[in-house]
Design a protein around this ligand. Structure first.
Ligand code: 13P
Length: 288
């Protein structure tokens, strides 16, 4: 079994004008469903792990162990990368030591020069071990307590500077938001994305907040150099809705419907179906 870095699959995606999904994992059901979906769609895949989800799953080593074992158990043959999402400086090093094949160092909240210095160090450390690196410029908005922040549009010139450090792919704020998009969302800023594409010399770009973006905007973003799309919330919503339906139909009260293998099955199936559909939408199906 070999997990791979995300570099080659994203360079291929960039050259082929499609995007590979980073689907964030939260537990064993997520890992099984996403790996099964990738195999079904014959698509490369990136499993994203936030620092919080890493803790929830009892640490990076356990996450790597689960992914490797499930990968082999299911006989997965498509390229799979395991990637730290929004890693801190220390978190990125720890994930690499635990066996992650790709890391994001998110220094976007530091003053720019500090982001540059720390990004440089993580890139050198990771590349020494064959691990791919994503960095971030600008800010991805998000919803907290019902209040959505729109994030901070990335400065194309700063994106160019980070790209010149040898980073493998770059996340840039272009009006995208983690979590659900509010009714009054202005949409992705393609003018800024176009300038970032020009300034970054053809490195694959990353679109965070990939849940709930209209299909025409996703297609346009891919045409402007986005080769990796991060999705978390959408799968959580699918899982929750399918589980709710099962419970509301009283199925947990029928026979042994309370058995977690039955109770969690509709949610797991819903995740798998959604991931297959998104791989087709992003164009990565049949590209493994
Ligand atoms: P969503 O939860 O909005 O899909 O965003 C995921 C993400 O960007 C992870 O980095």
């Amino acid at each position: 079994m070999v997990l791979v870095s995300a570099k080659e699959m994203l360079e291929k995606a960039h050259a082929g004008h499609y995007a590979v999904g980073q689907f964030n994992i939260n537990n064993m059901e997520w890992i099984k469903s996403i790996l099964a979906a990738a195999e079904e769609a014959k698509s490369p895949v990136i499993l994203g792990v936030s620092e919080g989800a890493g803790k929830y799953m009892a640490g990076y080593k356990n996450v790597v162990g689960m992914v490797k074992e499930i990968h082999d158990f299911l006989g997965v043959s498509v390229p799979v990368a395991i990637h730290l999402d929004h890693g801190s400086y220390d978190g990125a090093k720890k994930a690499i030591e635990a066996g992650f094949t790709s890391v994001m160092f998110d220094g976007s909240h530091f003053p720019f020069e500090e982001n540059v210095e720390k990004s440089k160090e993580i890139i050198a450390y990771a590349h020494g071990k064959g691990i791919s690196v994503e960095c971030e410029v600008g800010g991805i908005g998000g919803e907290e307590d019902g209040v959505a922040s729109m994030g901070e549009l990335a400065c194309p010139e700063e994106c160019g500077k980070i790209a010149s450090l040898g980073v493998d792919f770059l996340a840039a704020g272009i009006g995208n938001i983690h979590g659900k998009y509010p009714e009054n969302w202005a949409g992705l800023n393609f003018e800024v994305l176009g300038k970032i594409q020009e300034a970054t010399n053809g490195i694959p770009l990353v679109l965070h907040g990939g849940s709930g973006i209209p299909a025409d905007q996703v297609a346009k973003a891919i045409a402007l150099g986005v080769s990796k799309i991060n999705v978390n919330t959408e799968l959580q919503l699918e899982f929750a809705a399918a589980t709710r339906k099962y419970v509301e139909a009283g199925k947990d009260l029928e026979g042994k419907g309370y058995d977690p293998r039955k109770l969690l099955a509709p949610g797991a199936k819903a995740i798998q179906e959604k991931v297959v559909a998104m791989m087709k939408q992003f164009g990565s199906a049949d590209k493994a």
